[in-house]
Design a protein around this ligand. Structure first.
Ligand SMILES: NC(=O)C1=CN([C@@H]2O[C@H](COP(=O)(O)OP(=O)(O)OC[C@H]3O[C@@H](n4cnc5c(N)ncnc54)[C@H](O)[C@@H]3O)[C@@H](O)[C@H]2O)C=CC1
Length: 384
């Protein structure tokens, strides 16, 4: 970064922060005015998209002034470019975005728009749009995959299992990863879901979904998805995996068990799986429906141990006559899963995988770190 660039970018950041909505609205207004067809690629409600866009701009402006080789920034932007292919964004669109960004920056930098300011802004915006364009152009494989729902069944009022088969090439992912998903009930809306099974030769997929309060996407899956629906899949992400060089602690909360289940099913196909203790936590005992599958796995895989945890001892009326989880032979403890795990044993020599609602992952991580588990031994997906 040349010396005058840093102060200019600091001023630019201050001016963007004065009215962030105005900046993001201005950029997209210019983009759509220049090429109205682009509007079709974005959701009707742009609030979420503008929010994400501003987080990217923030990250670029923060990272670009750092005195390093920008390797992290470049990988971040490259992944973003690959991820944007699913919207139908192609290489040329990034030039249009660059023009819209520069025009809006010129407008908010009034009184300071000289050659230095133009060069610094151009450098930052060219890096942002150029890396995304390059990564999108050179990405391998299709931008989106498709699979058809062949089975859906309701576990209870709020939880459902959905099974799909591919209509073209099978989705490529590693056990424990999550994938971007779009469903026909919400065209233009993409959400992350973790397959609950490892990849197989036939490309079959299985998802376990909890209709979380106010979650229109998860609610639609649980209440409206039906066989015949075609789902779209974008990029795959996530670094959760078992290294195999130490015993493993897995903590899965509710439908957050899915990626751990995929990893466990994959481990069951191997001969060298390390000792693994799974804590499976839900709010109520009657929601521990996955204990049946875990019991089947544990019966043929002596490296696997399971502890069930329910926050409360009683089931609400809407769970009906749920089966008693003790029938599977696992011990059942009560409390928040993070409290139970941290008080259960010494986990300092274990590799730890956490998955579930963000507050649960956060809480469990805090408890384990307080009990001496090194932060770099704990893996989980991003909490957002
Ligand atoms: N890859 C991942 O990390 C995945 C995450 N999920 C997330 O999991 C969530 C769904 O889980 P549900 O089935 O609704 O879980 P849930 O509400 O049944 O709770 C599961 C566990 O989390 C604990 N918990 C909940 N809130 C807590 C808090 N504030 N502090 C401490 N512990 C807390 C509960 O005690 C219980 O043990 C969704 O938010 C979904 O996005 C789902 C699939 C994969």
């Amino acid at each position: 970064m040349t010396p005058p660039a840093q102060p200019v970018l600091t001023v630019l950041r201050e001016r963007i922060d004065r009215d962030r909505d105005r900046f993001s609205t201005g950029v997209f207004r210019r983009l759509f005015a220049q090429t109205p067809l682009l509007r079709e690629l974005f959701p009707a409600d742009m609030a979420g998209m503008r929010d994400t866009f501003m987080r990217v701009v923030d990250h670029v402006l923060d990272a670009i002034v750092a005195e390093d080789d920008h390797a992290e920034l470049i990988e971040f932007l490259a992944q973003l470019g690959r991820d944007h292919r699913k919207y139908g964004v192609i290489g040329d669109h990034y030039w249009l975005m660059y023009d819209a960004l520069m025009a809006e920056i010129e407008a908010i930098m009034v009184g300071m728009w000289d050659d230095d300011a133009r060069d610094a802004a151009s450098h930052a915006m060219m890096l942002m749009t150029g890396v995304m364009r390059g990564a999108a152009d050179s990405a391998e494989g299709p931008a989106v995959w498709h699979a058809r729902v062949v089975q859906k069944f309701q576990i209870n009022r709020e939880r459902a299992v959905v099974r799909l088969v591919p209509t073209g090439p099978p989705l490529r992912y590693r056990p424990g990863q999550y994938t971007e998903v779009q469903i026909p009930q919400h065209p233009h809306l993409w959400r992350d879901l973790s397959p609950a099974t490892p990849p197989n030769d036939r490309g079959e997929l299985e998802f376990h979904v909890h209709a979380i309060p106010n979650g229109e996407f998860s609610g639609s899956i649980v209440r409206q998805t039906q066989p015949g629906d075609v789902w779209k899949f974008g990029s795959q992400h996530g670094t959760m995996r078992v290294t195999g060089d130490r015993p493993v602690l897995m903590v899965g909360g509710g439908s957050g068990l899915s990626p751990l289940r995929a990893i466990l099913l994959d481990m069951a196909r191997r001969v060298d799986s390390p000792p693994t203790h799974v804590f499976y936590g839900t709010r109520h005992p009657g929601e521990l429906y996955e204990l049946g599958v875990l019991a089947q796995l544990a019966s043929t895989n002596p490296w696997l141990r399971v502890t069930a945890v329910a926050e409360t001892p009683d089931d609400p009326w809407w769970l009906g006559d749920s089966a008693d989880p003790r029938q599977w032979g696992f011990e059942l403890r009560f409390g928040r899963v993070g409290d139970v795990v941290a008080g259960y044993a010494d986990w300092t020599q274990h590799q730890v995988l956490l998955s579930g609602p963000a507050p649960m992952v956060f809480h469990t991580q805090l408890k384990l770190r307080a009990s001496g588990v090194a932060p770099d031994r704990i893996l989980h997906d991003p909490l957002n």
